[in-house]
Design a protein around this ligand. Sequence first.
Ligand SMILES: Nc1ncnc2c1ncn2[C@@H]1O[C@H](COP(=O)(O)OP(=O)(O)OP(=O)(O)O)[C@@H](O)[C@H]1O
Ligand SMILES: [Mg+2]
Length: 313
Amino acid sequence: MTAIEVNGLRKSHQGFEAVRGVSFEVAEGEIFALLGRNGAGKTTTIEVLAGFQRAGGGSVRVLGHDPYAERAAVRPRTGIMLQEAGFFPELTVAQTVDAWRGFTDAPRPRDEALELAGLTGRSGTRVRQLSGGEKRRLDLALALLGRPDVLFLDEPTTGMDPQARAATWTVIRDLAATGTTILLTTHYLEEAQRLASSMAIMDEGRIVASGGMAETLAARGGRVAFRLPAHVRTDELPLPVTVADGLAVCRAPDPDLAAQTLLTWAAERGLRLEGLEVRAATLEDLFLELAPDARSAEGARPAENARSTEDAR
Ligand SMILES: Nc1ncnc2c1ncn2[C@@H]1O[C@H](COP(=O)(O)OP(=O)(O)OP(=O)(O)O)[C@@H](O)[C@H]1O
Ligand SMILES: [Mg+2]
């Protein structure tokens, strides 16, 4: 079943079109990563999905309902961690959770929510005394209070230390395993790659790549890099490479196989391929090509730029 459906979504802020025709679907129990540079339109998309803002064009469905028009049907079944949480600084953690429990149907017990978010033992602390990462955890505890079927997490782990981040990943995975649908944004691409089974990359309000995480990365293949031995010309190599600063890079659908071919070739000639590095494609590789820094993109549209980068290799 499809938990989230976005079809041709458009949304403007004071005449500026932040989201320009975005479509994607998230299946029930799936973890979906919405990625993109600062200002790409991720938070705007989440605000529409959470029912805080009306779609400017196109349509969105969450659990089969319009989240804005049918807010009463959708809101109790969704949890949200906003990019910037607003807390009352003078309340304690316990008071904050209790206040939110008051607005939530059949809420989790306070201690359970705090434990899930790794805040056990912090109940008596005032919110203003929490560290940045701890505030993020409190926000996670609040998002989980209503045992939501759909969870929107806007940069959930920003500011968390590595342990807290890993613990949050476990919570997110466990929730998905029990059927919760999770849409998250993050600038940590390794986090997205580890957690999400599918993704969309947005740039300037549009989607520039989307699909299953594993399939998308597998389709991109990988790369083998090594220092080009002295006196070897690239046309002598058994596979095409590009060379920059003495480093030869071979892009291949199966980088392990390419490495074997290159190593065999080198061994037959008594050569060493120094600095050999074999790497599957990462989400970061894909991201940097598809959402290039606007200042270095020379005005190219992201998709076209990605293609020309590819051709150059
Ligand atoms: N309330 C607003 N009023 C005017 N413009 C806005 C408003 N909110 C967002 N924008 C603009 O809309 C665009 C998209 O913003 P959005 O917050 O959706 O981006 P984002 O992808 O979440 O970025 P980030 O990674 O920095 O959080 C940006 O250019 C931003 O300046
Ligand atoms: Mg944002």
